[in-house]
Design a protein around this ligand. Sequence first.
Ligand code: FES
Length: 164
Amino acid sequence: MSSDEEQPSSSTSLPPESHFIGRREDIVRAGRVSRLLNGCRDVLVLHHQGQLYAMDLRCYHAGGGLQHGDIEEFNGKLCIVCPWHKYKITLAEGEGLYQAVDNPLVRPLQTEWRSKGVKQRVHQVTEVRGDVYVTLNTRSEDVESDRYQTHKYRTDSDPTRAKT
Ligand code: FES
């Protein structure tokens, strides 16, 4: 996905196959909502510092529910921190970030933030006159979070989720 497509956009027209999520003010008030789209994809839509983002609901590592993750900045990038094992995932790209240590014998430890590449599938958010829509990212290349988009991992435990 190009950087243009990753950014939530305000528009007067909708991309094809968009799914209505809700009114912007309702999403801002809730902070985050999740939806089952097309009957097959659980997507988290969240608001942070005026921006809307959408990504697969379950973490690429082991399926943790990202709707409960904190938002923090690492290496200049806004990330959601998975509540299960604290993996960091960039909101805009779905990259997995980690702190690398090249030489564990050097004290104090010298760490550096690095990217594992895109691990979490992110989706396009479009806003039209206050209505928020998500267009699923259907690119065919595998993304690790895809594995948790099955009935096995889908539960009814999230009361904010609605089918559309
Ligand atoms: S399930 Fe998200 S960090 Fe392990």
